[in-house]
Design a protein. Structure first.
Length: 459
């Protein structure tokens, strides 16, 4: 993985790009964003014309957090809450005619000549519906018509999901072969055809973003720009010949240590096709992914709390700890796993090693606190169970389950499990209704904050 980063930077540096370090994970310039979620985030003011870039071309390896798909982690081969994005950027310099050949050259140049050595025959590309220009450039570059697929806004129009720069995009996919799924290209099976690089042709300013397909184009950006993002972990999975991004060299050791501690064997009976994994495998992947994410977040100064960034971190840590308990390990686990994650990541991020005392003290304290939450929640739950039984009902109320979840941070799956052990059912429908009400309140709040992109350049 380190070598992939190095080659990416070297390729673009040799082509006139300034090497720019990753921005820290907490997004500080944009009130609409908790975390940096793409390589382009630190360059938004350049795209919008609010600031003049000191370079016309840049390249970076950006640390990113994305959690909307957190429930997919471990179940598919390609979702991670923390990942790194290799990106090259043009600020009013080259456009499609430059970005496409630059990407193609890097991925198809043989390994011994500094490229990634992918077989050109296994690469598919997508372009936005009416983007004949990009399709023509791909054909000229050497991709045959039958592997150029046109897709709509949902897949081939990229934005940050909030007001700001956006544009049609063109993605590169690698065919991992029939053992991963059905033939027919990325529109048919995104596990077999793994997206690894997204080239965005940044040319619009958008607002009123309601979904990937519903937004308002406010106008053209002052210049036509390029923003690309190659999923580093995905490329590593392809080049290391492993099934998924939890098995690459930067993540697998965490997974192995968790398997060793819990006495589970990873990969037994798991299918390669999404949805066929053994539940233990999914949990081990969740642990590996989330422990690494926690390390990176605390490393960048986020601390666990009940709101905003701190809550995202807390939720990720609790999911990891919970997954380990379900695998049969009840003691504090972070002292076992966090040092492994540090050793995986410190070669690229040396500050993780030099600041490990600070990072680990937050992490271990949080785990201790959660374990006492679990103990306290168990006491309250036991009392509620006794009450429900005394009342003769075979059921625990939705309000109680919600209160345990909301006030004590006690996970619903644990409530269900313990109630079942006592022969009680839980009013899950009532619980879900209360959860939905709470989510609707949160969404209304988020909508209220997404009405426009504030120009913060003066600050
Ligand atoms: N911003 C685009 C993405 O995140 C390309 O870098 O996919």
């Amino acid at each position: 993985t380190a070598e992939i980063k190095r080659r990416f930077l070297a390729h673009f540096e040799a082509n006139g790009h300034a090497v720019v370090p990753s921005a820290p994970l907490p997004a500080i310039d944009d009130p609409n964003l908790l975390f940096v979620n793409a390589g382009m985030v630190q360059f938004v003011p350049y795209f919008l014309g609010q600031r003049t870039p000191p370079f016309a071309r840049a390249v970076s390896v950006q640390k990113c957090i994305r959690t909307p798909d957190i429930d997919e982690v471990g179940k598919t081969s390609r979702h991670g809450t923390f990942f790194q994005m290799n990106g090259n950027f043009s600020f009013g310099d080259y456009f499609k005619e430059g970005a496409i050949p630059l990407a193609w050259e890097l991925v198809t140049t043989p390994v011994e000549r500094g490229g990634f050595g992918l077989d050109p025959e296994r690469i598919w590309v997508t372009v936005y519906l009416d983007d004949d220009e990009a399709a023509a450039i791909w054909r000229r570059t050497g991709v045959p018509e039958e592997r150029i697929v046109r897709r709509g806004k949902k897949d081939n129009f990229w934005s940050m999901g909030i007001p700001g720069p956006a544009g049609p995009c063109s993605e590169l996919y690698y065919d991992r072969g029939p053992q991963y799924g059905r033939a027919g290209g990325p529109a048919v099976d995104e596990d077999r055809y793994l997206e690894f690089w997204n080239l965005v042709f940044m040319q619009y300013d958008i607002a009123d973003v309601r979904s990937k397909e519903e937004f308002r184009v406010v106008g053209e950006l002052p210049a036509r720009n390029i923003d690309t993002g190659m999923g580093l972990e995905r490329m590593a999975a392809i080049l290391q010949g492993v099934d998924n991004l939890y098995e690459i060299d930067e993540v697998r050791p965490i997974l192995d240590r968790a398997a060793e501690l819990t006495g589970r064997r990873y990969g037994v009976g798991s299918g390669r096709v999404a949805g066929e994994s053994h539940p233990d495998d999914v949990r081990l992947r969740v642990v590996a992914d989330h422990v690494r994410t926690a390390l990176m977040l605390i490393g960048d100064g986020v601390t666990p709390s009940n709101e905003g960034r701190g809550y995202v971190l807390r939720r990720i840590m609790r999911r990891a700890i919970r997954a380990v308990r379900l695998l049969g390990w009840q003691d504090p686990v972070l002292p076992e796993l966090l040092p492994v994650a540090r050793d995986c990541m410190a070669p690229s991020y040396p500050e993780l090693a030099s600041e490990f005392d600070r990072i680990s003290s937050y992490a271990y304290a949080e785990e201790e606190a959660f374990l006492s939450t679990l103990r306290a929640g168990t006491t309250i739950l036991d009392a509620a169970i006794a009450q429900a039984r005394a009342a003769g009902g075979g059921r625990l109320s939705g309000e109680k389950a919600f209160q345990l979840h909301d006030t004590y941070g006690f996970p619903i799956d644990l409530t269900l499990e313990i109630a079942a052990e006592h022969g009680l059912r839980v009013d899950e429908e009532g619980f879900r209704r209360l959860m939905a009400d709470q989510r609707a309140r949160a969404r209304a709040d988020a909508r209220a904050r997404k009405t426009g992109h504030a120009d913060l350049s003066a600050y």
